[in-house]
Structure formats: structure tokens, C-alpha cells
Design a protein. Structure first.
Length: 324
């Protein structure tokens, strides 16, 4: 089993997910999850906004198997929309259909999504449908198509590791789309397996949508791909209002701020909530560098704390000597 497969398997373990909720943001998750409640995430959004960075906010939640859980998730997202509006922050929301009941009942999920989209539309807030594993792919597209008949503030995600991604991006080119590589373990008969294949398809999809689509969220931490796309944008004179770069909260923060300073539209994907475990495990699965980053951040925090304790001890010692 590869390291990626190991962390994906952990992300799908409901027992570990349930137990993780009891311990808050442990195991380094605080470095990539922007709090466990709405007041905390609003403060995180304000801080990012101060650097000229917009946000898309995800109320984390997985393993939703009954309607009461989905209803609670819906109410939390409605509260989040109200908080975004009341605080006047530059943010929109990302939602997972499975969290709102897709695995329970399609029509029930539809009604939950419709309520969320209607409130967001009232406040001119965009709603992005996050994509999950392959089994949920087509039902999520179906929900998007149905709801977009009445609302224009919706868009979705195209995952570059799927063979069908090119067909999907052509079909949904008139939507605002976030293009990602893909974070789930999918079989070789439906998805590319190597980094080289996925990267090549990712670039093709981004370039196609930049030229033909409504709005493109270029979601990657890969500086080589970013540099390639920046040149493509310049060569084809793509207007700024047609695209943004996007990265995850807690990753490559310096590059996020630098891209915003360079004048590019930039959006940070900001997850929050107590149900952080599955999301965190998938981030570790995506790239080995993510593991290194989290370990480094944990180490730095502990090191800084130790330095602080040592400095305090040194000061107290000197004061004690002076009194003597």
C-alpha cells in the first residue's frame, strides 16, 4: 500500500472520524483547518481579506447517513451565509452534496441545496458544488443542472484525473468552474493514475476553460503549473475578471499573498468545523509535501513554545539573582 492509499483509507474510516471530533484540531489539523466554529472562521476570512484574498468556505462534514445529520449541516451552512453577509467579508461557500443528504435521498438533498442557494442568492453569494468520489459525480452534476434552471449563483468542480473530465468541461463551460487534480482513490478504468498524466490533463482543462468558459478557478499549489498558466494568460490576454488562482488554507501562504500582490485574483479554500478528520487525511494523501509541511508547522510551533518557556525561565532566573 502506498502512502497515498494509506491516508485515503484513513480518511474513509468512520470510527476514526467519529473519535477525532472529540479532540478538537489535533495532529496538526489546526494548521490547515480555520477553526471549529463560525466566529473563528470569520476571523480567519477577515485576516485573508486584509491581504486582498477572497475565500470560499467549507463547513466540513462526512459520513452523513440520516436526515437529521443532513438537516443540521444545512442549518449550519445557512448560519454561515448569514455570518458572511452580516460581517461583510469577501467570501462565498463550497458545499458537498453528500453532507446534505445525497446518499440518503436525491430529492431530500435537492431541497436542502435549494434552500441554501436561495438564501445565498438573496445576498449575492456564490455557491460552489464540491465534487467527491466517482459514485457521486453524475448525481452532483444532475443537481447542478436542475438548480441552475432557477438560480445563476452556482458552479462546480472538474477533477482532472477522470477520463470524462474533458467531456464534462465542454458540457459545463458556461458555469463557473474550479479545476482540481482530484483527491480520491479511483480505479484505473475511469481515472488517470500517474502524476504526469493528471498534470497534463489538468493544464489542458485549465487552458480550455480560460479560452472558452465563463470563469475559471485554477486550484493548484504547483508553482510550475502556476508559472505555465501565468504565461498562457499573458500570451492569450485573458482578462482578470475571467479567472482566479486558488489554494487551500494553510498551504503555501507566502505564495498566496505574493500572487495577490502581483495583481492576480486569488481565493483561499477555507475549511472549518469539528468534522475535520477526513478532509485532513485527504490533504496528507494528495502530496507528500503536505505531510512535511504539517510536521514542520507543528515542530515550529512547539519549538517556539519551548523557546518562549526557556526565555521566561532565563528572565525569572536573572530577576531572582538580582533580588539576592
Amino acid at each position: 500500500m502506498s502512502l497515498k492509499d494509506f491516508f485515503i483509507a484513513l480518511s474513509e474510516n468512520q470510527f476514526l472520524n467519529n473519535n477525532a471530533k472529540k479532540y478538537g484540531l489535533k495532529m496538526g489539523a489546526a494548521s490547515v483547518v480555520a477553526g471549529t466554529n463560525i466566529p473563528e472562521v470569520i476571523e480567519s476570512i477577515k485576516e485573508l481579506n486584509s491581504h486582498g484574498i477572497s475565500c470560499t468556505v467549507d463547513n466540513l462534514g462526512e459520513f452523513v447517513h440520516d436526515k437529521s445529520e443532513a438537516t443540521v449541516a444545512k442549518e449550519q451552512i445557512l448560519d454561515l451565509i448569514e455570518a458572511i453577509h452580516q460581517n461583510g467579508v469577501n467570501a462565498h461557500i463550497s458545499v458537498k452534496p453528500s453532507q446534505l443528504g445525497l446518499d440518503i435521498d436525491y430529492d431530500f438533498c435537492y431541497e436542502n441545496l435549494k434552500e441554501i442557494i436561495a438564501l445565498a442568492d438573496q445576498y449575492h453569494i456564490f455557491v460552489n458544488f464540491d465534487m467527491e468520489n466517482y459514485d457521486r459525480l453524475q448525481p452532483s452534476f444532475d443537481l447542478l443542472e436542475e438548480l441552475s434552471q432557477d438560480y445563476q449563483n452556482v458552479g462546480t468542480v472538474i477533477q482532472a484525473y477522470f477520463f470524462r473530465a474533458k467531456e464534462d468541461i465542454e458540457k459545463y463551460k458556461n458555469y463557473r468552474l474550479r479545476i482540481v487534480k482530484g483527491a480520491y482513490k479511483e480505479p484505473s478504468d475511469i481515472a488517470y493514475q500517474t502524476k504526469e498524466e493528471i498534470d497534463r490533463n489538468y493544464i489542458d482543462l485549465v487552458e480550455y476553460h480560460l479560452l472558452n468558459g465563463k470563469f475559471t478557478s485554477i486550484a493548484t499549489h504547483d508553482h510550475n503549473i502556476i508559472n505555465h498558466i501565468k504565461k498562457f494568460i499573458a500570451d492569450h490576454q485573458i482578462p482578470k475578471e475571467k479567472y482566479e488562482f486558488q489554494m487551500l488554507y494553510g498551504f503555501r501562504r507566502d505564495m498566496q499573498i505574493e500572487l495577490a500582490k502581483e495583481g492576480y485574483n486569488f481565493c483561499t479554500y477555507v475549511p472549518f468545523g469539528q468534522d475535520w478528520y477526513g478532509y485532513f487525511m485527504r490533504r496528507l494523501a494528495e502530496r507528500p509535501q503536505n505531510i512535511e509541511l504539517v510536521v514542520k508547522q507543528i515542530f515550529n510551533k512547539r519549538t517556539n513554545a519551548l523557546i518562549g518557556v526557556a526565555a521566561a525561565g532565563f528572565t525569572i532566573g536573572r530577576l531572582t539573582k538580582r533580588k539576592k
